[in-house]
Design a protein. Structure first.
Length: 135
């Protein structure tokens, strides 16, 4: 009778390796009629070369990375924007990065053939802070 310690292979056999592969993805979101407002933390604002801007961040309500449609209206005082879809995006806290949101942005950019963009988050937040100062 032979004994075998945990993690050891039987004599003469190669150890087996188990690999678990989990791949992420992007998917469509709930309709605006069902989720008219989504709050983003660890957010950024990315500007495409054509001037279009998009919110990127961690969606608090859905607990996922998110990229918005084109920003149509933005209120720097309240850090709240309305996108082309009609959804309202309040931005929570300071700009930042989230690995899930960054992944979604990279996938979105590839799907939409976006090779270059400018992160204008510091500019947006700087304008917000300037709006908060008393006159």
């Amino acid at each position: 009778m032979s004994t075998q310690k945990h993690g050891e292979s039987p004599a003469g056999e190669e150890p087996s390796i188990q690999i678990l592969s989990v791949s992420g993805g992007v998917w469509t979101t709930q309709p605006v009629t069902e989720q008219p407002k989504l709050t983003l933390s660890s957010w950024s604002v990315n500007q495409l070369l054509n001037g279009d801007r998009h919110f990127v961040g961690w969606c608090i309500e859905n607990r996922e990375g998110r990229v918005s449609s084109k920003i149509e209206i933005f209120d720097a005082v309240t850090l709240r924007g309305i996108t082309q879809s009609g959804r309202v995006y309040p931005l929570n806290g300071r700009p930042g990065h989230n690995s899930d949101a960054d992944y979604v942005w990279k996938r979105w950019a590839r799907i939409n053939s976006v090779n270059e963009f400018i992160d204008v988050s510091a500019e947006v937040f700087g304008y917000h802070k300037a709006c908060q100062r008393p006159l």
